[in-house]
Write a protein that binds this ligand. Sequence first.
Ligand code: DGJ
Length: 730
Amino acid sequence: MTIFIAPQLIRAQTENASIRFDKQTQVFRIDAADVSYVFGINEKKAIQTLYWGKRLNAADTFAAPVYEPGVAAFDASNNTTRQEFVAWGAGLYVEPDLKITFPDGNRDLVLQYVSHTIAGNHLTVRLKDISREVYVELQYEMDPATGVLRRSAEVQNKTSSPLTIEQVSSGTWTLPRAQDYRLRYLTGRWAGEWNLREQLIQPGKTILESRRGSTGAQNNPWFAIDRNGSNDQDSGDVWFGGLGWSGSWKISIEQDQVQQVRVTGGPNSFDFDYRLAPGESLQTPYFYAGYTHDGIGSASRLLHRFELGSVLPGAPHPKLRPVLYNSWEATGFNVNEAAQEALAEKAASIGVERFVVDDGWFGKRADDHAGLGDWYVNPVKFPNGLKPLIDKVHSLNMDFGLWVEPEMVNPDSDLYRKHPDWVLNFTGRPRTEGRNQLVLNLARPDVREYVFNFLDKLLNENDIAFLKWDYNRNWSEPGWPAVAPEDEKKVYITYEQNLYSILEQLRKKHPAVEIESCSGGGSRVDLGIMHYTDEVWPSDNTDAFDRLKIQDGFTYAYTPAVMMAWVTDSPSQLNHRTLSLDYRFLSSMQGSLGIGANLNDWKPEDFATAKKMVAQYKQIREIVQRGSLYRLISPQNGSEHSVTESVSADQNAAVTFAFLHSSGMLYPFPRIYLRGLKPDSMYRIEALDGKLASDTPAVASGAFWMQNGVDVNLQGDFQAAAFSLKVVAN
Ligand code: DGJ
């Protein structure tokens, strides 16, 4: 007999996460979307990973897990058995999830299952050391829509003495035994963030990390692992994930003795320890990971959907990003009431919705040598405070945003003169400056209070809709002399906890205020900060051609909805490249559009172009910011072309951006084969800029656009085109 299952039933099934525990086999199974995650309690009461991959049949069962044999006398079973969370003890050589030193010198820790609780979508598994009152609670929650699993661990000291945590992770993800895994990850530096790298996973370990006190651009806490060496955007197994932590972090990717790949992530253990007093506990950051059977393109789309649905402020319905103007590249520190008002008028005339005053408005800030820490409005630049400018901006139908860098101080500031002990430092040692500034130790309660209070006051006294929260250096001399020496290294955790709690408290008190995470570009973008900030600044490199690669890399991990992209001046201040205004707009329109050019230098035709493009962006922004992103042609690896397509959630509309670096030998631009459309629906095509090939039909089916493709007329150097598709008949 054939059983017919109505499509809506299949949908209902995939939209529920389920957690089941089989008492007989002691196996936990979590299912959601297209993913199953299975682990169990083995005969030694260790928590053993059994399966992570494509969703299994509901009827499939697993036998009770048994410890793997070890390798001769050299690797006992605890090294070869896949474990969800393994403590350092009993001869463990693979990456541990937890390492503790007890006051009596004992450093052996062996965790065993004690109990568990299932509450709706949340599973807690309790472990305990074989003899000491040290407990670890493993927490699991799977997102019903995407199958992305959120993990963290809480270490609890129920002994009667303090203990020292020397290393702790949020958990280990273990992939099935195989030799053909490939790792993708992101590297970068100031003005050159978001480089996508890939390497085969070999026996041994790859460490992605930051020791900088914040996320960093050198590695981003994101990974994706696929199989078969396939380079396909749309097919193949991919396991991917990201750590929600904005402090020093580490993700270890290790192929063990028996070819299993283990991914362990958490706060960085370098220069780290955390003393846990009796009765205290430490909760690790969230480590999120997912799986797809449909290639790296699908992995990014799932992450984007998860970020919009579960991570960002306002999730599952975060607000669309407004078009903003920021004069940083135009005026630098030289901001004042009259000049900003003049720029505001020009910005409003092209349809800008948010006007942002960047660095320079406060204290004695003439350049980057002074003023950070003194958060009063500069009386020379703004003799009447910010109110007249804010009123002007409002009268032009825009809201108002302001730049701040709350965690920093210039030695040349009243704040530092009054509180030289408020910065990270080691007593009696030099204090290394970066951009003439030092890092305030946010772990200190008085610093936390000062930072919250000045921001709260600023927001109480001014009608501010948006803060651009900058962070322009990394840590040095990370000492905290005010606490006992054995507590100093807690700074790596407490600083971040206080940062998050300030952001949370501010958002609660000022719910309408939006925040951007900026760190001299994209040095603080991660799933932790994104929980408190509505958008991020990917790079100080705003050259629209370089941005194609930067944006491509960025979107492997993060949604284009939060990816700020300004149209700035040409030639570019950074690399002196000359690009047309159309090209610059189309590059930025792939993310959240902003304008950062000097409008005082624009000609009437530039204003006309900008006005047209801003209006077009407003028509398509929901597709770009909420839709599914398809990378049709990658700009990486010296490619002469780049094409992206965003398809609306209901698949009724799409927008495509195409860029030509340089044409040669009279070859035409590659034909563009669209993706993600409904094959049987009819779509009308419309060029945003008149560059479609003349034989392009006005209306055709989704199948036609996907299979027959579209040609655009792009020739020469640095050319761009864009077109949209809209359903006319379903
Ligand atoms: C670094 C940021 O990335 C820039 O956009 C700008 O805000 C400057 N800081 C201001 O100092």
